[in-house]
Design a protein around this ligand. Structure first.
Ligand code: ADE
Length: 225
């Protein structure tokens, strides 16, 4: 998989890809991540990427031309499955979307800034608009990092234990059950006895019940659909 991220602040985005699982995925050539600074696609000497809104109103708008130039240059080199725009008015990211996107070959992610992009960008280039939650960030970069992390960890071979993504919260619309490790008892706090029984069908059943119970208490909305 190849991810091309278009941004005015590449430095804000780089560090998540330089540590831990994402770094290993890149080093193992399971994913390529490229950053494109929008300022390199400007045509005036001030390298402007934004301007005031037509019709008046506070806030700057990202101009169509540099974005067009950048996306067009990328598309000349390969086909893209998706051109995603990170925006608070997009569809809220969920595990289903991450699963779907992890199967794609090439994707572009455009990070918005200021008031956002000229509507013509959204009308003519964008195939999918994604929000990471109902709050406003100062730019799309942190959202793009979240999206990339959610996608990349699902690419086969990225996680050490192949089954571990399958037992994540949300994979079957349930939250994950409680988990424990050593020591067996700490300050008198005990691990449920059943987990030492060696009775794996029973342990599995207990985990399913716990997952259901947790979901019912914390996220009943997940059980509705
Ligand atoms: N840009 C600003 N706020 C955002 C959000 N909540 N999700 C994605 N991109 C954003």
């Amino acid at each position: 998989m190849r991810i091309d991220i278009i941004t005015v602040l590449p430095e804000l985005l780089k560090s998540p890809f330089e540590a831990s699982i994402l770094k290993r995925a890149i080093e193992a050539n399971l994913v390529e991540v490229h950053f494109h600074n929008l300022r390199n696609y400007t045509s005036d000497r001030y390298k402007s990427i934004d301007d005031t809104q037509f019709g008046g109103g506070a806030g700057m708008v990202m101009m169509v031309e540099p974005i067009d130039k950048c996306i067009t240059a990328l598309k000349e080199q390969r086909d893209y499955d998706e051109v995603i725009y990170m925006t608070p008015d997009g569809k809220t990211l969920n595990q289903g979307m991450a699963n779907h996107l992890s199967l794609k070959e090439n994707i572009i992610i455009l990070c918005g800034h200021y008031k956002g992009v000229d509507q013509r960008v959204r009308d003519h280039f964008i195939t999918r608009e994604i929000s990471i939650g109902d709050y406003v960030l100062s730019g799309g970069e942190l959202g793009a990092a979240v999206l990339c992390d959610a996608i990349i960890r699902l690419i086969p071979g990225v996680l050490g234990n192949e089954t571990s993504a399958l037992t994540d919260s949300f994979q079957d619309n349930l939250l994950a059950p409680p988990i424990y490790t050593k020591p067996r008892e700490y300050k008198g706090w005990k691990v449920p006895e059943l987990l030492f029984s060696g009775n794996f069908p029973k342990i599995e059943k207990w985990r399913e019940e716990q997952a259901y119970q947790r979901t019912k208490e914390r996220r009943p909305d997940l059980l509705e659909d």
